[in-house]
Design a protein around this ligand. Structure first.
Ligand SMILES: Nc1nc2c(ncn2[C@@H]2O[C@H](COP(=O)(O)OP(=O)(O)OP(=O)(O)O)[C@@H](O)[C@H]2O)c(=O)[nH]1
Ligand SMILES: [Mg+2]
Length: 195
C-alpha cells in the first residue's frame, strides 16, 4: 500500500474521494452525512405522502414523516489532505434507480444497517458486491434495537471475512469519523490506491 491515512506522506496533495452511504429505509443515512459534514449538508428530504406510503406498503418506521428522494451530500477532510465527498442514497426501493448515477466513481461505500430490520440492507450489500465497490457495514445502534456482536452480524449478512463491520451512532461525529476511516482504509487495502 503506497498511501496511508495516518503516516506523513511525501505527496500529500489534496485527494478527492467519493464515498457512498447506502442502506435500507430509515437506517440513518441522512443523519450520518449531516453529522460528519464540515459544510452545510445538502439534503433532498420530502414529506411522505399517503400516495407514496401506499406504493411502499409496510416498510417499518411508519411514523417517519420525511424521506430522501434524491441524495444527501456532505464533505469531510481526513489526515493527509484526503477529502471525502459523501453521497447518501435514497432508502426506498422505488428510488434505487438513482444508485447507478450516484455510485459512478465511488472509491468505497458504507452500508448502514439497523438490527431491527437487518434484511433491509441485503439489497445494498448485493449491489456493492456485484459492482466490486469496497464497502464496510456500519451498524447504527438505535436505542431500542437488539444488540448483536460483530460475529453474529457477519453471519446474518453473509459477509466475507475482509468486510469491516463497525458499531456506530450516526448522531456522534467521533463515531461516524471512525466508520469513514474504516471504509477508506478498506478501500486502500482492496485497491492499493484510490484511483
Ligand atoms: N436513536 C437514534 N436515532 C437515529 C440515529 N440515526 C438516525 N436516527 C433517527 O432515525 C430517523 C431516520 O434517520 P434518517 O437519517 O432520516 O434515515 P435515512 O436512512 O436517511 O432515511 P431514508 O432517506 O428515508 O431512507 C431520524 O428520525 C433520525 O433522527 C441513531 O443513531 N440513533
Ligand atoms: Mg435519508
Amino acid at each position: 500500500m503506497s498511501f496511508t491515512l495516518f503516516e506523513p506522506q511525501a505527496d500529500a496533495r489534496p485527494r478527492a474521494i467519493k464515498i457512498l452511504i447506502a442502506g435500507g429505509f430509515g437506517a440513518g443515512k441522512t443523519t450520518l452525512v449531516g453529522t460528519a459534514s464540515e459544510i452545510r449538508p445538502l439534503r433532498t428530504e420530502s414529506g411522505r405522502s399517503a400516495y407514496g406510503r401506499a406504493i411502499d406498503g409496510p416498510i417499518g418506521m411508519d411514523s417517519k414523516e420525511s424521506t430522501t428522494v434524491a441524495m444527501d451530500f456532505g464533505r469531510v477532510t481526513l489526515p493527509n489532505n484526503v477529502m471525502l465527498y459523501l453521497y447518501g442514497t435514497p432508502g426506498q426501493r422505488r428510488f434505487w434507480f438513482m444508485w447507478d448515477g450516484l455510485a459512478r466513481g465511488a472509491a468505497g461505500a458504507i452500508v448502514l444497517a439497523d438490527t431491527r430490520r437487518l434484511p433491509d440492507c441485503f439489497g445494498a450489500i448485493d449491489y456493492f458486491e456485484q459492482r466490486g465497490t469496497p464497502f464496510a457495514v456500519a451498524v447504527n445502534c438505535f436505542d431500542d434495537a437488539p444488540r448483536y456482536g460483530e460475529a453474529r452480524v457477519r453471519v446474518a449478512l453473509d459477509l466475507d471475512p475482509g468486510v469491516p463491520i463497525i458499531m456506530c451512532d450516526a448522531r456522534s461525529r467521533d463515531s461516524v469519523i471512525q466508520v469513514l476511516i474504516a471504509v477508506v482504509e478498506h478501500a486502500l487495502r482492496v485497491n492499493g490506491s484510490f484511483v
